[in-house]
Design a binder for this molecule. Sequence first.
Ligand code: NAG
Ligand code: NAG
Ligand code: NAG
Length: 508
Amino acid sequence: MERRVWSSFVMISLALATVLSGSPAAAEEVEKVLTLDHSNFSDTVSKLSFIVVEFYAPWCGHCKALAPEYEKAASILSSHEPPVVLAKVDANDEANRELANEYQVQGFPTIKILRNGGKIIHEYKGPREADGIVDYLKKQVGPASAEIKSAEDAASLIDEKKIFIVGVFPKFSGEEFENFTALAEKLRSDYDFGHTLDAKLIPRGESVSKPTLRLLKPFDEVFVDSEDFEISALEKFIEESAIPTVTVWDSDPINHPYLNKFFQGPSDKAMLFVNFSKDYDAFRQKYKDVASLYKEKGISFLFGDVDSTQNAFQYFGLEIEQAPLLIIQKDNGEKYLKANIEPDQIASWVKEYLDGLVKPHIRSEPIPEVNNEPVKVVVRDSLQDFVFNSGKNVLLEFYAPWCGHCKRLAPILDEVAISFENDPDVIIAKFDATANDVPRDTFDVQGFPTVYFRSASGNLLRYDGDRTKEDIISFIQKNQDKPAQSTSTKPESAKSESINADTLKDEL
Ligand SMILES: *[C@@H]1O[C@H](CO)[C@@H](O)[C@H](O)[C@H]1NC(C)=O
Ligand SMILES: *[C@@H]1O[C@H](CO)[C@@H](O)[C@H](O)[C@H]1NC(C)=O
Ligand SMILES: *[C@@H]1O[C@H](CO)[C@@H](O)[C@H](O)[C@H]1NC(C)=O
């Protein structure tokens, strides 16, 4: 859960960079992007060996930014041999929801590559501007691994600024080769693959004699080899080797592919934010030493420049003045932090953290002294008393001050609160989730607004209905109970969120 929030805000920072530097595409007369919907999706897909489908929502800003680039790419690719078809589905349309659910669409845009009449599905992980989309898809439509027959092949395929995975074999058959090919097929949307009979064609290849998988990378030890071709071991080897000891987050796009991997990874995350133009040298080596020491212990490390990571500060509710700042965020959302850290304190602080000597950082605004508006203000420090110990029926909105849907909901909640004014057992409240930490083990807040209802007897439900006064009031009336009574309603599973709720959210 935490992972998705993270990765979406990273995607947004990256997408913003693209939007700012991108140029508007010329208007097309005939749309090259196919429009599909529930009525013709399966028919169309089943006839094609390769099709790219964008699930979008009309209100989604990132989808709007992508549209002209996607169209331009479709136009360029329409003359490609074999054909590369780009399509789109309005996943916000009620009639297409089932389709979107089937493809596990949880945010917008979601882009899938479907092969073999839709039997094989890959996530699109390429860039979002036209030329990048074209290059990425040209590679995706060809074989998963390209044969390297000559020095020219090697030069054109291997980009020393990117990860490249090459299999060296005495012959293109046998179990090793088959396992390599199967894995290349599986991971092709993440990495570029090649294979060769001649090890001397690849960088520092002279020493290779047995079947070997070599992963070339632009960081750390530059290349690593595996001779174990058991598929799952090989996959693990690739995934682990493809993450730098320290992921760098600055304005250089070369570093961006690793950011997604960092944020989507399962480990606890250590993030050191400093001002690169001032403090890069003082911190870099000391941090890397600590990272090398602890990377096997389930922590991944990121080094960020304050000039490029304002989003992270906003996300954590921190101030630039607290940099140099080291944060460790556990997979369960718990945060530990050390502000104004000095290079020599990194190793000892991380050790203290691992020894359990650092207290988690829980953020709360002060409890308001006056709280007499119809919608009550709840902060982290008053959450327990207000919601869990009050014995009342509480409707609680998690919001962000910048969120447009929240602003539209505010007057509606006011009216709801006023209509319950004479019922002392019902409270309507709001919680600024950007200034207060949400207890993630209780509330699944992935977008704003997220609305929960806790009945007096302790049933916790998520409100996923329409955001109208009438619907909210009738939901409360249906689910409220008098203090100390119990009902048999089960708490709604956090996982059961419908696309309906998602589509109404502002993107994080
Ligand atoms: C699929 O159906 C929709 C709605 O009828 C239509 O707009 C679209 O052009 C159709 N697409 C194809 C490829 O037939
Ligand atoms: C290929 O992968 C399969 C399945 O993981 C495994 O059983 C087999 O031993 C592998 N072959 C080699 C040569 O490693
Ligand atoms: C980083 O340091 C440079 C040089 O001292 C300074 O000009 C810049 O404003 C600093 N950036 C931030 C975000 O504090």
